[in-house]
Design a protein. Structure first.
Length: 291
């Protein structure tokens, strides 16, 4: 410890902050989840009773499934679009690349609330631009946000649009770290663009892609604003994501909704942690390559 005291001193502020703002609130939340909390009566210790209630609630598990479906709709699309866009920007000149980087970043600074309202008008069956465009090929009109089969894919589109910009820039930064000499050597050996991408770009960006995959998956499972504003969790709870389910449960007028929603949030925390661990186990990170 004495040999590494400088490292420990540098880590200490972050460890203290994590302890105060992450671990202590987490432990306190777990402690509170063992009580039956009411705003009108004294808390009553019930042990793990609410964990049983949440785990036996089919609506909670349905919300987990809807969150997983949202991830399947959005994450692969975000990763592919961002990768293609980053590859294109990397091949452009300095001025055009600067313009494109600014352009793709614009959706990131747009509020999810504003994006939700804009897409609600775009999805309208009477006068919405999407149904207007579909009319040219003889399709529609579709009630995108009122159809249980279309509502979740419909809210996934603004989710992709909001997230692909920052994902593109992170991928672009990873691509810039790959030495150009690798590509030049591959070209001399006759490798085409797809071969250079498959054997050079993707392997050397494994850590970046893993980070983006994990963060996008966790963010997708926790999607809240889009279903809240665009559909309210409907129709027939087809867009009731886990966070929206917990939010609605907390607002429920039943006396002990607070305990139930707190316990559901903790279980969701463990579900997300398990998903992260599984991704890291399946896709192992590599050590950094010294260029």
């Amino acid at each position: 410890m004495m040999a590494n005291r400088t490292a420990y001193l540098m880590l200490a502020p972050m460890i203290v902050l994590l302890g105060i703002f992450v671990w202590w609130p987490l432990m306190w939340s777990f402690y509170l989840s063992t009580f039956e909390i009411s705003f009108y009566e004294e808390p009553v210790f019930v042990g793990l009773q609410f964990y049983q209630y949440v785990l036996e609630d089919p609506e909670f598990w349905r919300s987990i499934g809807i969150g997983a479906m949202y991830v399947l709709y959005t994450v692969p699309a975000i990763m592919i679009i961002a990768f293609l866009m980053a590859s294109f920007i990397r091949s452009c000149g300095i001025r055009l690349a600067g313009l494109l980087k600014t352009t793709v970043y614009i959706p990131t600074v747009v509020s999810a609330v504003i994006a939700s309202i804009v897409f609600i008008f775009m999805y309208r069956a009477d006068g919405g631009i999407i149904n207007w465009l579909l009319g040219f090929v003889g399709l529609g009109p579709y009630a995108f946000l009122s159809d249980p089969n279309l509502a979740l894919p419909a809210i996934s589109i603004p989710g992709i649009w909001l997230a692909f910009g920052i994902t593109t820039l992170i991928m672009l930064a990873g691509m810039y770290d790959i030495p150009q000499s690798y590509y030049e050597a591959a070209q001399l050996e006759g490798a085409n663009y797809l071969q250079r991408t498959w054997f050079i770009t993707i392997p050397l960006m494994k850590n970046v892609l893993l980070y983006l995959l994990v963060t996008a998956t966790i963010a997708g499972m926790q999607q809240f604003e889009l279903p809240l504003i665009m559909t309210g969790g409907g129709p027939t709870n087809s867009t009731m994501t886990p966070n929206l389910f917990i939010f609605n449960t907390f607002k429920d007028p039943t006396p002990y909704a607070t305990s139930f929603s707190l316990t559901a949030a903790l279980i969701l925390f463990f579900v997300l942690g398990t998903i992260s661990v599984l991704i890291f186990r399946v896709i192992r990170s590599d050590k950094a390559i010294d260029a």
